[in-house]
Design a binder for this molecule. Structure first.
Ligand SMILES: NC(=O)c1ccc[n+]([C@@H]2O[C@H](COP(=O)([O-])OP(=O)(O)OC[C@H]3O[C@@H](n4cnc5c(N)ncnc54)[C@H](OP(=O)(O)O)[C@@H]3O)[C@@H](O)[C@H]2O)c1
Length: 262
């Protein structure tokens, strides 16, 4: 039996895009899925698509994960059904690309609430149960902008850098425990993210990025995420060369600032 077969999995942001594709991919492993999102119609569509696989059990819960009281309620609800999840996929995210000159305090706070606080609430809400259970896998979906930000994306990039640091701190804090942590770093992926956040498709993506990488399909990201869980990978970059850029950007931050501005 793989670490995924019959696993109890919580997936945030399962109502569309990458989260929906991950839910579909995991539904093929006779899992019990607890899918989270705000949009009922879209979330029910994911439930319906997953339920085609006979061995899967699907539950869903609606609510804004950026609101602490709602997140706590959802966590308690999950605990009633699942007791303790085996895998948590932190994926819910939003926020438009803003420059320091045109972002407001509230848009900056909003951007931090989801994804950063949503990831924090979900992980912190379950961590002691995972530890008591003696196993658990936390998967954080992140983005290359967490490693090398690009211009006019201050609120977006800063929140993703916070997630990067959160993921690293989890590794440090949970060292020596059986909890596994995987970070997924897909490049530009063809989802409704831009539409959902009031932007035009592909807006602000640096030329270099568009030149070097093909746009990913969310199903490919999901497939690589499943492999990452099975192989207990530390970091998964669905585009091979992206791994090299992530590493180089840590050694040459100034060069990357220049390249991203091009
Ligand atoms: N698309 C890309 O190019 C790309 C690349 C790298 C990383 N990512 C990351 O991948 C993740 C998923 O993005 P996506 O591209 O799949 O976009 P998407 O289709 O817009 O999906 C975003 C998901 O997050 C949920 N969500 C947003 N705000 C929420 C809130 N306040 N409370 C609860 N759920 C919330 C949405 O559900 P509801 O609308 O139902 O609330 C939706 O299911 C994000 O963290 C994003 O930063 C995306």
């Amino acid at each position: 039996m793989s670490s995924i077969h019959h696993a109890k999995v919580v997936i945030s942001g399962a109502s569309s895009g990458i989260g929906r594709s991950i839910a579909l991919a995991l539904s093929k492993y006779d899992t019990e899925l607890f899918l989270l999102g705000r949009n009922k119609d879209k979330l029910l569509e994911t439930v319906k698509l997953c339920s085609v696989n006979k061995g899967v059990k699907v539950y869903y819960y609606l609510g804004d994960l950026g609101v602490e009281s709602t997140a706590r309620m959802i966590i308690e609800e999950i605990k009633k059904v699942f007791i303790t999840p085996d895998i948590i996929i932190n994926n819910a995210g939003g926020g438009s690309f803003k420059n320091i000159r045109d972002c407001t305090i509230s848009s900056a706070e909003e951007a931090m609430r989801v994804p950063y606080f949503a990831y924090f609430y979900l992980t912190q809400g379950f961590i002691n149960d995972l530890l008591k259970n003696g196993h658990g896998h936390i998967v954080n979906i992140n983005t290359p902008a967490a490693y090398f930000p690009f211009p006019n994306t201050l609120t977006y990039s800063a929140t993703r850098a916070a997630i990067r640091s959160f993921t690293r701190c989890l590794r440090l804090d949970l060292k020596g425990t059986p909890i596994k942590i995987t970070e997924i770093v897909p490049g530009l992926t063809e989802t409704d993210y831009f539409d959902n956040n009031g932007m035009s498709w592909n807006s602000q993506i640096p030329k270099l990025n568009r030149f070097l990488f093909k746009v990913l399909s969310p199903d490919v990201v999901a497939e690589k995420t499943v492999l990452g869980i099975l192989k207990n990978k530390k970091t998964v970059t669905p585009q091979k060369m992206m791994r090299l850029l992530l590493v180089l950007s840590q050694y040459f931050p100034n060069l990357f600032d220049k390249l991203m501005s091009y």
